[in-house]
Design a protein around this ligand. Sequence first.
Ligand code: FAD
Length: 305
Amino acid sequence: MKIDAIKPFLKDTFCGDITYQSPLADATWYRIGGPADVLCSPEDEESLIGLIAACNAASVPYLLLGDGANMLVHDDGFRGVVISLKEYFSKAFVRGNKLFAQAGTYLNDVLLLAMDNGLSGLEYLSGIPGTIGGALYMNAGIDQGTIGDVVFSISVLDANLQIRSVPASELDFLYRRVPQLQDAIILGGTFDLQPKAEADIRAVRTDLLQRRAARQPLDHPSCGSVFKRPEGHFVGKMIQDLGLKGLIHGGARISERHAGFIINTGTATAADVLWLIQYIEEQVQKAYDVTLEREVKLVGFAENY
Ligand SMILES: Cc1cc2nc3c(=O)[nH]c(=O)nc-3n(C[C@H](O)[C@H](O)[C@H](O)COP(=O)(O)OP(=O)(O)OC[C@H]3O[C@@H](n4cnc5c(N)ncnc54)[C@H](O)[C@@H]3O)c2cc1C
């Protein structure tokens, strides 16, 4: 096994937490997925850099895991190293109008910190699960705004394993994608916020949380919207109009409440979810001549699934 090549490094040099055969179902919002060969939580930047260098030298694949809110992990898991920054990269603080948060900080904690300090700009992200690293990588958001709107700079580990601060002006925050960050390891972000009365920020937050609770199937595990919104269409409406709402395959179901969500009814496998994803893609292509693009990240699958 490839992973054997880095076991001496993990045993003798790496500082942080290590779990072999770590079940990724426990680490994702879908509650689906087999084990990672090893899940590592590096204690500091030096340990993280050492770990990436060791993986690179031994050609061991690695994957950055946020809170797993946008991931579907294969039933056989992930062959390689899964890296979590939630344990040791989760500090956040405010200086003036700027908020800094490390990649492993929960997005919700950051929103609350901003609100408590009377700083506005992030409240539109209320109810979006995940970490700062995942939110920046995905440019998470809603129609009214995305996290990219308030980024001042991002701290990354680049391909040469150098820590760099990248100003927002060098980043293109596209729809659920930032091309410059596709291969980067995000260490944290600095956000440029505006002073506002806490009560006003709270009102926006409460409204958004209520709307989510009314419209989304939050009582079942999911990854949120499975597909990106194609230009000129609403995925949920297309799926509904095709009569696919409520369709079940194994333990997975197209949500009755929001047809853009595929939920885990309790026993879903990744294969069940993928079957529904592919079925929706085929039906939408046939009926509307629209090629859907997936928002969910497939982990541990062969390419072209
Ligand atoms: C109920 C529900 C509702 C949702 N609603 C929304 C919504 O309204 N808007 C929206 O945009 N999204 C939504 N999502 C999707 C999800 O919350 C976002 O994509 C979120 O940003 C994922 O963050 P995460 O930390 O869980 O990332 P993960 O799912 O763990 O990872 C997502 C991607 O980011 C990469 N990544 C994570 N951390 C790092 C890092 N430090 N460095 C480099 N790459 C990294 C991963 O490798 C992966 O490719 C929803 C999900 C759920 C379950």
